[in-house]
Design a protein around this ligand. Sequence first.
Ligand code: HAM
Length: 419
Amino acid sequence: MVNIPKGTKDVLPSEVYLWHRLEETARKTAEQFAFQEIRTPVFEYTELFARGVGDTSDIVNKEMYTFLDKGGRSVTLRPEGTAGVARAFIGNGLAGGAMPFKAYYLISAFRYERPQAGRLREFHQFGAELYGASGAYADAEIISLADSFLKNLGLKEVKLQINSIGCKTCRKEYHKALKEFFAPHLNEMCEDCKSRFDKNPMRILDCKEEGCKKITANAPRILDYLCEDCRAHFGEVRGLLDAAHIAYEVNPSIVRGLDYYSRTVFEFVSAAAGAQGTVLGGGRYDGLLETMGEKAVPAVGFAAGMERLLMVMAAENAPVPQDKGVACYLAGLDGASRTQAFLLAAELRKEGISCEVDLMERSLKAQFKYADKIGARYVAVVGESELKDRAAEVKDMKNSASERVKFAELAAYLKEKEN
Ligand code: HAM
């Protein structure tokens, strides 16, 4: 048998109700905030991510699933959703439409990472993006959407951390200060950080190597280098979160792993989400469209990792309603009654009732055993006398009580019981 690819997972029918809960909560929350769904392709031209996500990010440097298609074009399975939405926003002329533009997505994403708890090669995200608004209200709205989503899932122990990484202007000064600070330690740093030093020294703060982490502990902090505008913006975002009673902590070491961010960045973290701890991350990215050669449009967004959320939901014992099971199993005894059961099932389904019939031609005892296994709420038996009466013997599988119900009244009977 061929094995499942490393870093991927099957979602089995017995656990899919957990995914339904995540997806339904995501959709409902996004729609409460008046965001509409957007669907973009699973693969894009490689250049989109190289330019958008950024060539100093680990994602672009090491983790992309890139290949040449049969036409010799380099394409990449999306490692995240933001760049694709940006391309769709421009490509479909949405920048000329009503602002703000607000869209959410439920996607699979692909990164060639070393798999571990909460880190997969194919994973799933719920994300949201808001274009057109540069003020702090947009940042607060996006954070509030993320916060509501997690609360609607019943999570209580996930903590919000925020930071501002400034704009191009303040980052120039900050990069200078970082370089001065790191220069004497360059020999002790990992190879990645050595190349980050020249390309994007701020990324060194995100390094997970113990040696580098020790050095970065005393590095200068971006918050001390913010220009006046960025400082004011961050103050306003904080003020709005305070007013909305959304609890947060300022964590100056959040820099995020993608190149497109500016000003506000944030992460929701939980100890239950594997080694990384981040279940949801996002921020403002006012410069992304410019890096794609377009006119700048301010934007802010986030994405949550579904697999990590499932880990946190399990750790916090968040209540998850099971999917509704089969309402009625229709049992037959011989050819004629089985056919009648088969026809009754069609009638019930027309009335919106989920039901199942015997497809294995088993004994009545074996059919009851099976109905019990699949959690059928009722079993309607059709035998010789029932065929004559044009009625089924309906057994309530919870209390074993049974009643004879006319075929013609079976749908109404089951519906009434359901209420
Ligand atoms: P990100 O921080 O790279 O941001 O990913 C967001 C979330 O996706 C993470 O917090 C994590 O829960 C999940 N995630 C990332 N990589 C993996 C993995 N290998 N296995 C399992 N889960 C993973 C972004 O993707 C940005 N596009 C977010 C954003 C939207 N920023 C603005 N708009």
